[in-house]
Design a protein around this ligand. Structure first.
Ligand SMILES: NC(=O)c1ccc[n+]([C@@H]2O[C@H](COP(=O)([O-])OP(=O)(O)OC[C@H]3O[C@@H](n4cnc5c(N)ncnc54)[C@H](OP(=O)(O)O)[C@@H]3O)[C@@H](O)[C@H]2O)c1
Length: 312
C-alpha cells in the first residue's frame, strides 16, 4: 500500500482511517470529501475536494493521483433522509461507486475497499454472516446493497467491509448514538430508548484499525467487521450511563414503533464476525472496553487532532 485515496474523509470513519494511516503506515494519503477545504492542516494529510457523484471529477483525480488503494467511506448516511431523498441517496451511495469502478478500470492496479452496512439485511433473523441473504427493508439499505453489487460485477479488485452502529469522536462529526445518549443523560430528565433493536456497537477506531489490517493484505471479497458484543439500544444506553458515572435510572424502554420513523429499521441485525477474527487473529472491543476507550478519548478532548493540527 503506497498511495491511498480516502473518500468521505471528513466523516466519522474517514477521519479515523486517515489518522490511523498517518500514524501507523508510511503510505502517502490523499483525503477527499465534498467540502472545498478541510479543517485538517496536517503535514501528512493532503486534501482535495471530490464530489463522488461527479464522474468527470472522479475520473480525472484518480487518473492523476494513481492510488493503489481507494478507501470509500463517502455516503449519504441519514437513513430517514434517504427514504425521502431517494434520487440523491442513489447518486451518492450507488452512482459514486460506479464512478470509482470506471475510474479504477483505467489503472493497472488499484483496489477499492468499500464500506457497507448491516442495513442490507431485513433484521428478521439476526446473526448474519457473509453468506446470509441480504433483504433490505429501507431505501438506504437498498442503495448500499446496490453499491455492493456494482462492485461485485464491476470487474475491479475490491473488498467490501460491512459494519454497524458506529460511535466515536472526531472533528465536526454527525451525532452518533453514544454522543446523543450522553447529551440526554446530562440533562438528567427521563428519556426512552428502544429495547427491540439489537446490534453490535462498533468503536470507530477499532473499525478503522481493522480496515487498515485488511488493506495491508491482498484479500478481496466480503467481511463482516463489528464490535464483539450484541445488545439492544436500551441495554447500550444503560451501559453508557454506567461507564460515564451517570444515572441509568432515567432511561426507560420503548418500542421502535413509538418513534414513527420514516424508514423501517432492521430489528436484529447482529453479525457473525468469525471470518475476520479467524483470519486476522483479533476481535473488536466489547461494549465495556469500547466505551471506556471512548470515554478516555473524550477526556483527552480530541487532543490528538489538536496536536496534529498545526493551526491549533
Ligand atoms: N455510522 C454508522 O453507524 C454506519 C453503520 C454501518 C455502515 N456505515 C457506513 O460506513 C461508511 C462511513 O460512515 P460514517 O458514519 O463515517 O458516515 P459520515 O460521518 O456521514 O461520513 C460520510 C462522509 O461522506 C461525505 N459525503 C457525502 N456526500 C458526498 C459526496 N457526494 N462526495 C463526497 N463525499 C460525500 C459526507 O459529507 P457531508 O457530511 O457534508 O454530507 C461525510 O463527510 C458509510 O459508507 C456508511 O454507509 C456507517
Amino acid at each position: 500500500m503506497k498511495k491511498v485515496l480516502i473518500t468521505g474523509a471528513h466523516g466519522l470513519l474517514g477521519q479515523k482511517i486517515s489518522l490511523i494511516l498517518a500514524r501507523e503506515s508510511a503510505a502517502e494519503i490523499l483525503m477527499t470529501d465534498i467540502q472545498r477545504s478541510t479543517p485538517f492542516d496536517v503535514p501528512r494529510f493532503d486534501y482535495h475536494q471530490l464530489d463522488v457523484t461527479r464522474l468527470g471529477d472522479v475520473k480525472s483525480l484518480i487518473a492523476s493521483y494513481r492510488p493503489d488503494v481507494i478507501i470509500n467511506t463517502a455516503a449519504k448516511t441519514d437513513v430517514d433522509d434517504c427514504e425521502i431523498q431517494r434520487q440523491e441517496a442513489w447518486r451518492v451511495n450507488v452512482d459514486s461507486v460506479k464512478h470509482l469502478v470506471i475510474a479504477v478500470r483505467r489503472l493497472e492496479q488499484c483496489r477499492i475497499i468499500h464500506v457497507s452496512t448491516d442495513y442490507v439485511f431485513s433484521g428478521e433473523e439476526g446473526m448474519y454472516s457473509e453468506d446470509s441473504r441480504p433483504n433490505p427493508v429501507n431505501y438506504y439499505g437498498k442503495s448500499k446493497l446496490a453499491a455492493e453489487n456494482v462492485l461485485r460485477t464491476g470487474g475491479v479488485d475490491h473488498l467490501i467491509v460491512r459494519t454497524q452502529l458506529l460511535y466515536g469522536t472526531g472533528v465536526n462529526i454527525r451525532k452518533n448514538f453514544v454522543l446523543w445518549t450522553l447529551a440526554m443523560l446530562k440533562q438528567g430528565k427521563p428519556f426512552g430508548v428502544v429495547d427491540d433493536q439489537v446490534g453490535n456497537p462498533t468503536l470507530v477506531d477499532d473499525l478503522a484499525f481493522a480496515i487498515l489490517k485488511l488493506a495491508e493484505t491482498s484479500t478481496s471479497g466480503l467481511y463482516h467487521v463489528a464490535g464483539s458484543e450484541a445488545v439492544s439500544r436500551y441495554q447500550w444506553a444503560r451501559a453508557i450511563a454506567m461507564v460515564f458515572g451517570l444515572d441509568p435510572g432515567v432511561i426507560y424502554p420503548i418500542k421502535t414503533a413509538e418513534l414513527n420513523q420514516l424508514a423501517r429499521r432492521p430489528m436484529n441485525s447482529t453479525f457473525v464476525t468469525l471470518k475476520f477474527e479467524s483470519e486476522f487473529g483479533f476481535s473488536l472491543s466489547n461494549i465495556q472496553k469500547g466505551l471506556e476507550r471512548f470515554r478516555s478519548q473524550l477526556q483527552q478532548g480530541a487532543r490528538l487532532f489538536q496536536m496534529l493540527n498545526r493551526s491549533n
